[in-house]
Design a protein around this ligand. Sequence first.
Ligand code: ZN
Length: 360
Amino acid sequence: MTQTKVKPNYVDLKTLYDRLRKFGFNQDFILSNGLPDWWCEEYEASSDAVVTAAAYLSRRFNLDLPSLLNPELNPIFDAESKALFKTVKNQDANDENVKAELAVAQNLALRVAELIAYTYKCQYQSIVGMTAKEIRAAILDKYTSVTLEALLAFCNEYGIPIGHFAEFPTKVKKFFGMVTQSKGHPVIVVSLCDLSPSRLSFIIAHELGHIALGHLEDGLIISEQNLGMLDLLDDDESAANEFAAELILGQPDRVYYFPHYMTAEVLSESAMEKSRRDRVDAGSIAWNYGWYKTSHFPVARKAAGLIEKNSNAPQQINRYLSKSLDWDSLSNDYREYLALALGLDIVEIIEESWNCLPVS
Ligand SMILES: [Zn+2]
């Protein structure tokens, strides 16, 4: 009697890795971000390694599992979210290639936003209809100006989680920020890698504008490639920019005028003086100098750096967020992945949750 060996209708592990290259996921990125920390070469040799790897990758990277494993299908992202992305209109946003390139970063960020919403402990109180002026007044009751710290506290009070996530493959097209609705919460994800708190504040204020102005229709995901005032923006984007400017600077069209040639040292001194006078964050005033003229940007950046010495805004955002997350509500793998995605120390998180257990 002859036996026919039935080959499973799966791709092998090498083919799985090769197929993911089209999204810019090379093997290093897959090993460091897509698979659990116990993954090793020895396990890769086992017969179920490919199915296990595909399951991890689909969960962490928002990929459609059957399309990863079936050799007759092309790997795709989870189809459900595909139609919901709305990207800032600019010269090339209608280009299908740009949309496809952005899809990788957007899908990765969307999964992180969903995990944040799932594990976020605070109740959402709607801010739809609140004006920038009202939010600014509420913040200025407690803070001297609308700083990153003040925005994080305001959003936390209203149950709007904010995370910083930028663990993308190096070559994919990235975006500055994103806002979406998940598990009954608007969730803001900042992706721009910048240590300056005031630079990231503007992105948060802009996303807050989308929420307050009611732009987040059911499940819509808005992501920004850039927030330049000079770009051709659609109405919603211009309105969100004006909202952000009013919230941070006090007026939607406020521009700080400085002499044409400024050194970073003089600009930082002058920004601090104006900050005290107007109750506007000094870093934001310094950035305002580079806002309309790109050649001023390096000086504005240096001045903001002098004002915000030793800041690490991404870390500040994620450490603040971590305090409001119920890490124990996640599976081990999602907990490991979310900590990795937010640049937080998983050992510290586990120790903290142990410390929170009631003493018997
Ligand atoms: Zn926007």
